[in-house]
Design a protein around this ligand. Structure first.
Ligand SMILES: [Zn+2]
Length: 454
């Protein structure tokens, strides 16, 4: 992390090509859904929220005296929201498991066991949040390990560094090594203590976290459901219908259930604040039930291709008569990149293989406002509308020689964004701001007597 004059908190103006979304382009069409100010400005107030955004030439007089971070030529967007990522897997990307279950046993569980150490978790929390900032991710829905102290460490680091963190301690009391198992009573007790300490702080929220049905007994699932009923404004997160071997295992463990979704349903774990990663192998019955309960499926494209889990079918899930709400995420470290740009590129390719074409506008919307809507947080994050947190990523659309050459052919914003997501990664992230404070990036030309919009 660098230190420079631009890193100090406080009111300021950011200049660049401002892109934000007022609605989903797939519903409203790009023309009406996208807010684009080619020579744009975002004014940030002392509290770290957006005070104003629009054409730089129309910047209100009240903001003319503020310091200016000048990124003209770059894109200024709301920071990316990663709707599913694993903190204790932050350094084990690209572990070559043969499938989900093999990957869990051979690589993931041993690595997660290290988070029993408080010192290890504290250092890892800083490294993990550095990585998010470096990739322009300003908010994340995070799986912690089974350990309460590791979860505390991440919340504390997020609070100190102003990352917007939704997180929960994994509840898992079977089918995992002893070092990673809790029990129904202790998992409920630890979860409740963490909720009381962290949920509802300005930029922290709690997610009741069940890894997947395979690693929880019915007694633990019941405890999780009771917590969800007791704390209805907390989130619920887990994994669902990721691999075919998992489905076979679920059938053996829960012979009474019609499917994996039915198990979560039976214990009160579906609903508009529930998010389940993957949803690749869902029956028609499950899609209808997820739709009826408003439960979100989080698409994790680089994870699905890496582990060979299957090809997500966005078009099928989004069917108009029973739409299943969709979010998007990296799923590091099943996922192979922290970059939401790379994640969008993989989602584009998977959709293509399923006979569906996403536009860049649709995908950038999904990674910003779309994910915020799924979290019920669109009044807080995900756009650059006044009153929202000034969580911002500045992207250089021509960051590499390959990008630069290709962008010479881009004719409009859709072209520019499309090229950026297919060919871009963290090298394209010029700066990241958390609640108005620059925490990552190159030094912009900060001017103290601005003449913006000329
Ligand atoms: Zn996951």
């Amino acid at each position: 992390m660098e230190g420079n004059s631009g890193a100090s908190p406080g009111a300021r103006v950011i200049l660049g090509s401002v892109v934000s979304f007022r609605d989903d382009p797939s519903h409203l069409g790009s023309r009406r859904a996208v807010r684009y100010y080619r020579r744009g400005a975002v004014a940030i107030d002392e509290s770290g929220r957006v005070a104003w955004r629009g054409h730089a030439a129309r910047l209100p007089r009240a903001y003319l005296g503020l310091p200016v971070d000048d990124y003209q030529g770059a894109l200024v967007l709301p920071g990316f929201i990663d709707a599913h990522i694993h903190f204790p897997q932050h350094r084990m990307l690209a572990a070559p498991g043969s499938d989900l279950l093999d990957w869990l046993e051979r690589f993931t569980f041993p690595e997660e066991s290290r988070y029993a150490s408080k010192a290890h978790a504290r250092a890892a929390a800083d490294a993990f949040l550095d990585r998010l900032a470096q990739h322009g991710t300003t908010a994340a829905v995070v799986f912690s390990s089974v350990h309460r102290s590791a979860t505390e460490a991440l919340f504390a680091a997020g609070d100190r560094r102003r990352h917007f963190i939704v997180c929960g301690k994994s509840m898992m009391d079977r089918n995992a090594p002893a070092s990673l198992r809790d029990d129904p009573a202790s998992s409920a007790r630890d979860t409740e203590a963490l909720i009381k300490r962290w949920h509802g702080r300005p930029r922290s929220r709690y997610a009741i976290t069940v890894r997947f049905a395979v690693t929880s007994t019915e007694e633990q699932l019941r405890a999780a459901g009771a917590l969800a009923a007791q704390y209805p404004d907390c989130y619920v997160q887990g994994h669902l219908a990721e691999s075919s071997k998992e489905m076979t295992l679920v059938k053996q463990l829960f012979p009474w259930a019609s499917d994996h979704t039915d198990i979560y349903d039976r214990f009160g774990l579906l609903g508009p604040r529930s998010l389940y990663a993957h949803g690749i192998h869902l029956s028609e019955r499950e899609c209808s039930r997820l739709s009826a309960t408003g439960t979100t499926i989080v698409h994790c494209p680089t994870s699905n291709t890496f582990l060979g889990s299957g090809l997500f079918d966005a078009k099928h899930l989004g069917r108009r008569d029973r739409p299943v709400p969709i979010a998007i995420a990296t799923d590091v470290a099943g996922g192979t990149s922290y970059s939401m740009l790379q994640t969008l590129a993989e989602a584009y390719k998977i959709a293509k293989l399923r006979g569906h074409v996403f536009t860049a506008h649709e995908l950038f919307h999904l990674a910003t406002r779309g994910n915020a809507v799924r979290l019920g947080l669109a009044d807080e994050i995900g756009t650059l509308d006044p009153g929202r947190w000034a969580d911002i990523v500045v992207l250089n659309p021509s960051a590499t020689p390959v990008l630069e050459a290709r962008q010479a052919l881009s004719r409009n914003l859709e072209d520019t964004l499309f090229t950026l997501m297919l060919l871009g990664d963290d090298r394209a992230v010029r700066a990241t701001y958390l609640a108005g404070r620059k925490v990552w990036g190159t030094v912009p030309a900060t001017r103290h007597r601005p003449s913006v919009g000329r």
